[in-house]
Ligand binder design. Sequence first.
Ligand code: IMP
Length: 430
Amino acid sequence: MANIAVLGAQWGDEGKGKIVDLYSERSDYIVRYQGGNNAGHTLVVDGNKTVLHLIPSGVLHEGKTCVIASGVVLDPEVLMEEVNELVARGLLSEKRKTKILISERAQVIMPYHKLLDRLREGLGGKAKIGTTVRGIGPCYEDKVARRGILVCDLLDPILLREKLELALKEKNVVLRELYGEKVQNIEELHHWALKMGEKLKPMMCDTRVLIQEALSLGKSILFEGAQGTLLDVEHGTYPYVTSSNTITGGIFTGCGVGPKSLEHIIGISKAYTTRVGTGPFPTELNNDLGEEIRKKGAEFGATTGRPRRCGWLDLVTLRYAVEVNGLTALALMKADVLSELNEVKVCVAYEVDGKRIEHLPSQIRVYEKVKPIYETFKGWPELPQRAQGLSDLPKTFAAYVEYLERQLKIPVVTVSLGPGREETLTRLIY
Ligand code: IMP
């Protein structure tokens, strides 16, 4: 199989886990390149539900090499919990020949990162992003400020102590003076970090070298995105975004590979839109229909359990996702949730101060004035759980899919008809 990227085309929670699981059957390596355990993938295989936050979803297939590359921020305790659970369930074993490898250069989420994330969010008001409070933002901040702790630093007691001393000089002032919190104890942190280093050691390697070797051997790689395009720190609805590059570009920086290593880029989108946390959402439905979609689609966060905000599909944001990611195909998820509605709407442009705009505004306050311009489609009846082609699906739904293809100028290669692996229409195999 070719090398492919699977990433979110909206605000995250599009159902990437299912698509990664599906496509990784034919991949040798599955690589996470950004984000951390702010992600949450729910996978249903043979009726059993598995939620993964850090380990690539491909781990549920036998014989795969699952890689956490250097662009990821890694919480060692969360990783070990997931590893232990997979071992206990017999999903990670010598016999299944599945490997998990982590980059020596990935950044470590330290306990003070989580604490700071929580305290900041607690300030409320404009400071509140509605983060997952997993320490993601504070950890990436330290990376860019060049004072982060790398996974390989956990094996070097002297360097680790120096780095912790430097970090705590600043963190402890902020904790005490700004938040009135207890300061962090260096001895405890140093001990904890070294202990984590010993646990992670068997999984550590230079994942850049590993990936390059795989590429030169002609192995197939699936790059698994987390969050979604509109949560990208540069191209999303800033400042209501996550702290990493969630778009295709994040693969190159987060793994140390060049653009030629990628052949197909599949964007994942629901047939509607959801968002968790604060921030603009032009097509949000603050009404009974929004509530109905939330209930029927079980739209509650896999990581934090928060109810997701729900609304109509937004082609302004989807066209943007096609452009910034260079998407070559789309996977459409959860269309079954919209079945039996009389009509289904799609936002085709925005109106701002009486003017029609087709591009995403940069200024965050403009979103307060945005009015979605909708096109209305006839709804579709209950979708079958299995289908071989669009012709097996209700005509009104097939027309909706074909409309999206024309608008986005890319094919819809996969249509998800339910949560299970087998409840999927695959129109193209890579
Ligand atoms: P953080 O990534 O925890 O810093 O959160 C920043 C923003 O990204 C918040 O609005 C979160 O709700 C959102 N976010 C982070 N991870 C995910 C995800 O996996 N799915 C959906 N939203 C996410």
